[in-house]
Design a protein around this ligand. Structure first.
Ligand SMILES: CC(C)(COP(=O)(O)OP(=O)(O)OC[C@H]1O[C@@H](n2cnc3c(N)ncnc32)[C@H](O)[C@@H]1OP(=O)(O)O)[C@@H](O)C(=O)NCCC(=O)NCCS
Length: 332
């Protein structure tokens, strides 16, 4: 079976810049608090009327160009988001329609901050089995539309940003030692309440009510300390699973790309794994947490900066709501 390779990448970040100082005007927070606790200085917000599908579509065009393919060659789409344009359908079909592609499938993956690695794993299986030849994987988020900008929601509101990224996945040459070596996926649904958007819920009749607005049940809520404590354990565990499967040591990893949840989390994951922090790709300072999009945005940026060279060993890892966590080992 041929390994899958990432043959093109692209990102789209909406132009509107929101600094910590802008957020100080909305809620009782400070640039100092946000930087000390998370490492974030600024993030970008999409304008009203722009959805995750638009961010993902623009990123997809760049990835298609980077892979030097014609869009008509794409035979499957996978889209990851927790902030879809609509409750249903997902953004996969919207991106398919915007690209004008006909007679192909579009799958939506709902694994929040781990969404990109979960989607990558699905794409990898389809490529290895020969089912598809060129998969477009899009991860895009418009978090800014549903955050509580009052003091009640300041723990979450300061962390998140909007953005989209895309990759093209196709079979590599069997004589080349490169591509996706492994993916590892994990979950524990006992902790959904640590990071969730409780309502709307189809358990309720009706699933929407005015009480949900007044009780602020339509905003995501988080137990930040639990998420933090668990993330710094589970991401290294996922990376160790990948190292074990590939008979590799952490010294052989050239770049660790963790989901950009909080810069303190990324630094503690690096310390736990005993990987020098210089090998960790960190850009949360400028984007905040863009959930499913954070890893492919960081990957695309690192490639653009020339940090990643052919043959480098890249380790991706993520943790987020669900809980879900994951890793992927890629020889570039
Ligand atoms: C959210 C997070 C930054 C908070 O940092 P922390 O050091 O755990 O801070 P605490 O939750 O203990 O809160 C400390 C104080 O700051 C306050 N606070 C919370 N958000 C604040 C904000 N934006 N500005 C100012 N103060 C804030 C709290 O109310 C609390 O006040 P109190 O001591 O008077 O009760 C941190 O827990 C975190 O990053 N967790 C993981 C979040 C994450 O990654 N989520 C996505 C996962 S994919």
């Amino acid at each position: 079976m041929n390994r899958s390779i990432i043959s093109g990448t692209g990102r789209y970040i909406p132009p509107k810049l929101i600094t910590n100082f802008d957020l100080e005007k909305e809620m009782n927070t400070s640039d100092k608090w946000i930087q000390q606790r998370s490492g974030i200085k600024e993030r970008h917000y999409a304008e009203p009327g722009i959805g995750s599908s638009d961010l993902g579509y623009k990123a997809a065009l760049k990835a298609i160009e980077d892979a030097q393919i014609d869009k008509s060659e794409i035979d499957f789409i996978i889209a990851a988001t927790l902030s879809p344009d609509h409750y249903f359908p997902g953004i996969g079909v919207l991106i398919q329609a915007k690209l004008g592609l006909k007679n192909i499938g579009a799958l939506d993956v709902r694994n929040q901050c781990s969404g990109f690695i979960y989607a990558l794993s699905v794409a990898d299986q389809f490529i290895r089995t020969g089912t598809y030849k060129k998969i477009l994987l899009v991860a895009a988020e418009k978090q800014s539309a549903n955050l509580d900008y009052s003091d009640d929601g300041r723990d979450l509101a300061v962390l998140f940003g909007d953005g989209g990224a895309a990759v093209i996945i196709e079979p590599g040459n069997s004589d080349e030692d490169r591509g996706i070596l492994s993916t590892h996926l994990f979950s524990d649904g006992n902790y959904i309440e640590d990071l969730w958007m409780q309502r709307p819920s189809c358990k309720d009749h009706p699933c929407f009510s005015m009480d949900m607005i007044t009780d602020k049940k339509l905003f995501p809520t988080m137990n930040g300390r639990n998420v933090f404590k668990t993330a710094i354990v589970k991401m290294p565990e996922a990376v160790r699973a990948a190292l074990d499967q590939n008979n590799m040591t952490i010294e052989e990893v050239d770049h660790l790309i963790p989901h950009q949840a909080n810069d303190r989390i990324s630094q503690m994951v690096a310390r736990n794994l005993k990987i020098p922090v210089e090998k960790v790709i960190r850009n949360i300072e400028r984007y905040g947490n863009t959930t499913a999009a954070s890893i492919p945005i960081a990957l695309d940026e690192a490639l653009e900066q020339g940090r990643i060279k052919p043959g480098d060993m890249i380790m991706l890892t993520a943790f987020g709501s669900g809980y879900t966590w994951a890793s992927a080992a890629i020889r570039w």
